[in-house]
Design a protein around this ligand. Structure first.
Ligand SMILES: NC(=O)c1ccc[n+]([C@@H]2O[C@H](COP(=O)([O-])OP(=O)(O)OC[C@H]3O[C@@H](n4cnc5c(N)ncnc54)[C@H](O)[C@@H]3O)[C@@H](O)[C@H]2O)c1
Length: 252
């Protein structure tokens, strides 16, 4: 099975970026959300990003138009998945919500579709077990913003077939990203297993040692050589996103 058509579920921070990156590599993309206003906003952001690439002369105007026309915003789930070979789920990091989304998806998606979750922290095996096809479920963790960040963690669940792992790695390379295979399906995988505790520790250092946030960020940037301070990165990621990830990781 060759991947040509992709459906992205959720058109928020990550979903719209993943849709754009996929369309830029020639895939036909359906972008699905629950309300038209979210899709309108996502398409606006994609247009803004493509216009910026045109102004920087990275792509031509006609390429930008072709890329944009390859992304179709859709609300109806059944219609959204009818022709795709790969679904990338990017709905909020709340297990109960993901469970609901996979339940609906399982009922309408054909059996040969790959289900890939962009979850930052939730074990893939846990998500996979909510479906009737755990062998076709995998983690595909893009970073924010997907348009710029090179790394993608690929996380097989306990039952993910080797064919699905290979296809997913191949897909990640085809969108010009660098895949890292996470051998153990633990909450947070590799990056967030390190990053979330780092944010907590930075908060403790601020609170207990009475250090200023800017002092901690300076130490991290100018001594440890991080491209951004920890608080700067946490702010960029979104405190709501970090909070949800913390709660889900802590529960496990
Ligand atoms: N924000 C980040 O920095 C970041 C980075 C990497 C991974 N992630 C992960 O990506 C996923 C999405 O995060 P986000 O930051 O893009 O969230 P977001 O809140 O920006 O976007 C989520 C979108 O999903 C939509 N949605 C809700 N229910 C839906 C449904 N049933 N079907 C389709 N769409 C639905 C919402 O309307 C919203 O537009 C999460 O699992 C998160 O952990 C986030």
């Amino acid at each position: 099975m060759e991947i040509k058509n992709i459906t992205v579920l959720g058109s928020g921070i990550m979903g719209h970026g993943i849709a754009q990156v996929s369309a830029m590599s020639g895939y036909n993309v359906v972008l699905r959300d629950i309300e038209q206003k979210f899709l309108d906003k996502a398409m606006e952001k994609i247009k803004w990003s493509l216009d910026k690439l045109v102004s920087k002369e990275k792509i031509s105007q006609s390429q930008a138009e072709q890329i944009y026309s390859r992304i179709k915003p859709v609300i109806d789930l059944k219609e959204a998945v009818k022709d795709c070979q790969l679904v990338i789920e990017a709905v909020p990091e709340i297990m109960d919500l993901k469970r609901k989304v996979y339940d609906e998806l399982d009922k309408v998606a054909s059996n040969d579709i790959i289900f890939a979750s962009n979850t930052s922290t939730l074990p893939i095996t846990e998500i996979a077990n909510t479906t009737s096809r755990p062998n076709r479920v995998i983690g595909i963790h893009f970073f924010n913003p997907p348009q710029l960040m090179k790394l993608v963690e690929v996380i097989p669940g306990m039952q993910t077939s080797s064919e699905i792992v290979e296809k997913t790695v191949e897909f990640v390379r085809s969108v010009k990203k660098e895949p890292v295979l996470c051998k153990k399906d633990v909450p947070g995988f590799i990056v967030n297993r390190l990053f979330i505790p780092l944010v907590h520790e930075a908060c403790y250092v601020m609170d207990r040692q009475k250090n200023q946030l800017t002092a901690i960020d300076s130490a991290v940037k100018f001594k440890l050589g991080f491209p951004m301070g920890i608080f700067e990165l946490a702010d960029f990621t979104g405190m709501d996103v970090i909070h949800k990830a913390t709660v889900e990781m802590h529960q496990r």
